[in-house]
Each structure stands twice: as C-alpha cells, then as structure tokens.
Design a protein around this ligand. Structure first.
Ligand SMILES: NC(=O)c1ccc[n+]([C@@H]2O[C@H](COP(=O)([O-])OP(=O)(O)OC[C@H]3O[C@@H](n4cnc5c(N)ncnc54)[C@H](OP(=O)(O)O)[C@@H]3O)[C@@H](O)[C@H]2O)c1
Length: 323
C-alpha cells in the first residue's frame, strides 16, 4: 500500500510517500480501506521534532491517527456484518491507504454523513464534544474561544452556540472572523489587534466583561493574555499549543480567583469515551447541527503540502488527506 512517512525530523519536505506492506487484521480487528485521513496541528509539531516527551516516535514513521473509510477485511472472530461498513477510527499511522483497528476502536458512520465530514470529526469532533462536557457550558455562560477558525475551534463555536451560550471567537484576519461569525459566534476579536483583549471584553459584555469559560486552542502569549478575561469562579481550558507551548497560567492566582484550570491531560479519553464522543459528533453532523469546515483536501502524495497548509495558517478549518 502507499503511505507517507516522516523520514527524519524536519520541515514538511521530510514527508515522503513510499510502499509498505498491507497490514493484516489480527483477532478482533478490522482492515479499513482509508478514504480520508485527518491532519491535526500537533502532527506538524512532532514531525518537526517537538514534543518527544509526549510523543515518543522515531523516524521513519507513518504519522496520523484519524481515518474514515470502509471495512474491507475482518480478523478472526469479527462478525461478517462489519464487512463493507463505513467507519471511523483512531489508528497508529493514518497517512496510508489501509489501516487496522480493533473493533472496540471503530465507530460506524451514519448513513446521512459523507466520509469526508466524518474524517474531519474524528479528532476534532471528539475533543470539541469532550470540552463541552468538561467545561459544562450552559446557556447562561459567556464563552471565549481562541483559535476559533481552526479545525477544532470551528466545532467549539457551533457546539457552544448550540448550548445557548454567548460566544466570542478570537481568530486572525477578516476571512477567518467572518467564518467564525457565520458558524454562530455572537462576536469576534482579531488576534492581530494589539488591544484584542479589550475588544473581547467588550464583546463578552456583562458587568465584568469576562468569560465564564475560556477554551484556549492556541496557548503561548495569546492564551496568557486571555487568562485575565476569565470571570472569578470560571473555567479555563489550556488544551492548545500551536503557538509552541501551552498557556503558562498561575495556579495560585487561579485558586485565589476560584478559576478551575483544565489542560491537555483532561482531554485524553478511554476507548469507551472515544466511541461515545465520536458517535455523538458524527450524529450531530448527520443531523445537520454540526458542520465540519474543510479548508482543503490533499492527495496522499502531497502530504507535505498538507503540512505546509496547516503550518501556513491561511486555510479555514480542516486540512485532510485523500487516499
Ligand atoms: N484536534 C484535537 O482533537 C485536539 C486534541 C487535543 C488538543 N488539541 C490542540 O488544540 C489546538 C488546536 O487544534 P486544531 O486541530 O484546531 O488546530 P488548527 O486547525 O491548526 O487550528 C489552530 C489555530 O490556532 C491559531 N494559531 C494561533 N497562533 C498560532 C501559531 N503560532 N501557529 C499556528 N496556529 C496558530 C490559528 O488560527 P489563526 O491563524 O487565526 O491565529 C489556527 O487556526 C492544537 O494545539 C492541538 O494540539 C487538539
């Protein structure tokens, strides 16, 4: 099968397509003919050599994890009814034409949902749905979302809006801000404006101009600047680090202001929760209540271009690979 490998740590050009043996499903596993694989920001960081303490991979390796495709072969013990079903899964090395997954890690795709949208939701839909549960967003909340135009941010905006919250999205540039408003944000702030925190305060409204929940998908300086915008007694999730690091927050100050801090460790899920959250995101999309925004789809041979696009930050929403 064709696969894209990271041949050494470095810039996107280290992603090279090659032929690898087809994987064979073991007992309890299925073989998936991959239609689309998602890309997520952290894959570009790991490819560049970042985060070895969290992601201990050594080149050459096939990156990626999220796939949507069709079950094409069954391992021993798997019911024949799975053959030909459209599914999503988390696999090890998804930038490849075929992947194996244990049945416990496979979620059926609803009939009304296309595989492209399903692939876009594998990671981001799960984490966005999980973040809604974690931060328990309700209709009385004011929610500030950083990285609102990204793969996960676009879903967070819609999910928080659907819960009836007042949503303020932070992103960069007019096109991204227009998308965020279109997805249901009540207001936006442009991260390139030096006074964006004041604008966000104004947009959040209320007596303190503060957010009951901050969902930080960017981290670094931007995340740190958002911390003072959190209401006393509020919640702050520092799950994002595309800026190069998670937001450094002062736990003492958080405690003094009764702010609950969440981090990347709070959005790691058991197989049972992964299945539940995936099924929820796919069902919302199939029902037309959640739109996966796809910026561009690259063929596998252009996996390097896909990483360039993610790093280039020009596209709206999600970058996917077509196998
Ligand atoms: N996807 C998941 O399931 C998942 C799970 C756990 C954690 N996370 C983390 O959540 C974060 C967002 O994920 P995502 O999949 O939504 O990523 P994404 O689609 O690449 O979006 C990231 C957004 O961050 C903004 N950004 C601000 N500063 C940036 C910088 N220096 N470099 C690159 N982007 C920058 C960009 O928006 P502007 O250009 O508008 O600034 C971009 O739209 C990542 O750190 C990821 O590791 C994701």
């Amino acid at each position: 099968m064709r696969a894209a490998q990271v041949t050494k740590f470095g810039d996107p050009s280290v992603l090279v397509t090659t032929d690898l043996p087809d994987p064979v499903p073991a007992p309890g596993e299925v073989l998936i003919d991959v239609a689309y694989a998602d890309t997520i920001f952290v894959e570009t960081q790991v490819r560049a050599g970042w985060g070895g303490e969290f992601f201990p991979v050594e080149p050459p390796y096939v990156p990626g994890g999220g796939v949507a495709g069709v079950v094409s072969a069954l391992g021993p013990g798997v019911a024949p009814s799975w053959l030909g079903r459209r599914v999503t899964s988390f696999v090890t090395g998804s930038y490849a034409e075929r992947a194996v997954a244990p049945l416990t890690a496979v979620t059926p795709v609803p009939d009304d949902l296309d595989l492209l949208s399903a692939a876009a939701l594998v990671h981001d839909g799960v984490t966005a749905t999980g973040l809604m549960e974690l931060t328990a967003v309700t209709e009385t909340d004011r929610v500030l979302i950083l990285g609102a135009s990204g793969g996960m941010g676009t879903l967070l905006v819609q999910l928080a809006h659907a819960r009836g919250a007042r949503v303020v999205g932070v992103a960069r540039g007019a096109a991204k801000l227009a998308l965020v408003r279109d997805l249901g944000a009540d207001a936006t702030a442009d991260a390139t404006a030096p006074d964006w925190p004041n604008r966000a305060r104004h947009a959040l409204g209320g007596p303190a101009g503060a957010a009951d929940a901050v969902l930080d998908g960017v981290g670094g300086e931007l995340g740190a600047m958002a911390f003072p915008l959190t209401a006393d007694g509020g919640r702050f999730s520092a799950h994002g680090a595309p800026s190069g690091g998670f937001a450094a927050l002062d736990p003492t100050e958080a405690k003094r202001r009764d702010i609950t801090l969440f981090g990347i460790g709070d959005v790691q899920y058991s197989p049972t929760d992964l299945n539940r959250l995936t099924a929820s995101a796919l069902a919302e999309a199939a029902a037309g209540r959640l739109r996966a925004v796809v910026g561009e789809v690259f063929p596998l041979e252009r996996a390097a271009g896909a990483h360039e696009a993610v790093e280039g930050r020009q596209l709206l929403g999600k970058v996917l690979l077509e196998l």
